[in-house]
Design a protein around this ligand. Structure first.
Ligand code: ZN
Length: 169
């Protein structure tokens, strides 16, 4: 086996370890982009609202939020909730969650918040979909052992995806 073969093998071994991490970072970057996009859209809506309010002030009229700013406000509501869900997806990627009491970022499997001591509900991100069917606890436990299997499969899929990308380059 020549020098370059060994080098290639070592590189791919190292790559295998980081492939999952790389995939997560790319997903996180996408989510953060979406968050920034929504934030700037929200700022534009704030400007529109401000302008409408000021025009009313110039005309010495009152503004009715319900009828005149409804569109802008509901757009902001939607953008904000999208930001919320992007943020929680980012936490899921990092295997973290937010303490519902003090909002500190903590490990997804933490039983108590290390900062405020709040007892945590143990809900693993990947099981949320399973739990939506309101299955009983016995079934959830089965899903637990299955989900680690799924995780392994995902990692493998990601590896092969990355390898393909590599070949294209
Ligand atoms: Zn806390």
């Amino acid at each position: 086996m020549g020098f370059f073969d060994t080098l290639g093998k070592k590189a791919s071994e190292a790559y295998g370890v980081t492939a999952k991490k790389t995939g997560e970072l790319a997903k996180e970057a996408k989510l953060r982009m979406k968050i920034n996009e929504n934030k700037s859209n929200i700022n534009e809506l704030y400007l529109e609202i401000g302008k409408k309010v000021y025009e009313k002030h110039v005309k010495q009229e009152n503004i009715d939020i319900k009828s005149e700013l409804e569109e802008e406000c509901s757009k902001i509501d939607i953008l904000s909730s999208e930001i919320e869900s992007c943020l929680s997806s980012i936490l899921e990627l990092k295997n973290k969650k937010q303490c519902p009491k003090c909002f500190t970022e903590i490990d997804a499997d933490a039983a108590f918040c290390p900062k405020c001591g709040e007892k945590q509900e143990i809900v693993e991100a990947k099981e949320v979909e399973v739990l939506e069917n309101e299955e009983d606890n016995t079934k959830t436990e089965q899903a637990n052992s299955e989900s680690s299997q799924i995780e392994t499969n995902n990692a493998e899929t990601m590896n092969s995806n990355n390898n393909q990308e590599n070949n294209n380059n």
